[in-house]
Design a protein around this ligand. Sequence first.
Ligand SMILES: Cc1ncc(COP(=O)(O)O)c(C=O)c1O
Length: 396
Amino acid sequence: MKVFKKTFTQQEPIPAEGIAAAIEVMSSGRLHRYNTQPGEKSETDLLELEFAEYLGIPYCLACSSGGYALHIAMKAAGVQPGDKVLSNAFTLAPVPGAIHNCGAVPVLVDVAEDYCIDLNDLENKAEESGAKYFLLSHMRGHIADMDRVIEICKRFNLFLIEDCAHTMGASWNGKKSGTFGDIACFSTQTYKHLNSGEGGLLTTHHQDVMAKAIIHSGSYMLFDRHFAAPPEEIFEQIRYETANYSGRMDNLRAAILRPQLASLNIQCEQWTQRYQAIEKILAHCSLVQIPTRPKAEFFVGSSIQFSLPRFSTEQILRLMSCCEDRGVVLKWFGDPEPKGYTSRYDSWRYIQEEPQLPKTKEILATLLDMRIPLTFSKDDCELIADIIVETIEECK
Ligand SMILES: Cc1ncc(COP(=O)(O)O)c(C=O)c1O
């Protein structure tokens, strides 16, 4: 019997260049982003400039986590307590959590068969709710038709915040994910496409939004020390009216991120090759449903999702358990109990009115998920896919 022996939570080591840069920061003792000599740019400053350049967006702020970036993005956009914010029902808990952290109310939108947000439901909910903000999570790297998303945002005058925690390096029709909306937020937490343990990046082309985000992040009155930022005069009034919610990035994290950013595109290709190796084998199993990725989408296959629409709950549970016995760790988005990193929308009970989303519940009921760390080779991926298919056959 084939068994897989590697671990699904093992990421690659930090590149030697990043370790050397981190040692230099530690040796200097100057870990705080504003602890610079006159005229010097800190590692955090350089990371912001380099990420802004990578995306082709003028302003970037490095902060303590992706969830924190989402929170201050909404605050900087003007979300007030009680405001409605449209967002995906199929996403991870930091997304509705960031909305709740603003005192705002999530209006959850159904998932579609391709695991993207359901754009028909988005239109309906935008109309019904009158929401003015839309936090779009490109959940698990599945990018919705961005041309239609933008058309809907224009029609309903929605302020769009993209959650790119899973799409750093991805694009739609050649345009990078995170450059469609008013603001984009990225995560550099260990299991994302850049790894600093914890960390986040917020980008925007709006001067006032970035000025507020910088003050929120805990710049004290050192905003003039930011380089991927609007001119000082934009802060003139904002600095009195914007609260400090300390959540800065430090130079140590920035130092290990910069060399990773330099090789992000190569890494993304590698993820996608591994994804395709798994997809090819799974697609041969008639019980498996995997959405065909649209031609316009350049995705980063750092995880894979597939459905088993003919499987009952008991069969899904048996499959997961048998796969685990053979070293393959699958997660289930349909589990009514929140477990590990997955939680179904109806377990977010702080949302006052439980959303009624039977279509989403039905899709999530047989939706499975698996991480693809780059420590797995293409051969490893083929072995994993073989084990999954064999186990599906056993459980059918
Ligand atoms: C879809 C999604 N959005 C946002 C976040 C928040 O990122 P962080 O863990 O850096 O707060 C995560 C993290 O898991 C996520 O999966």
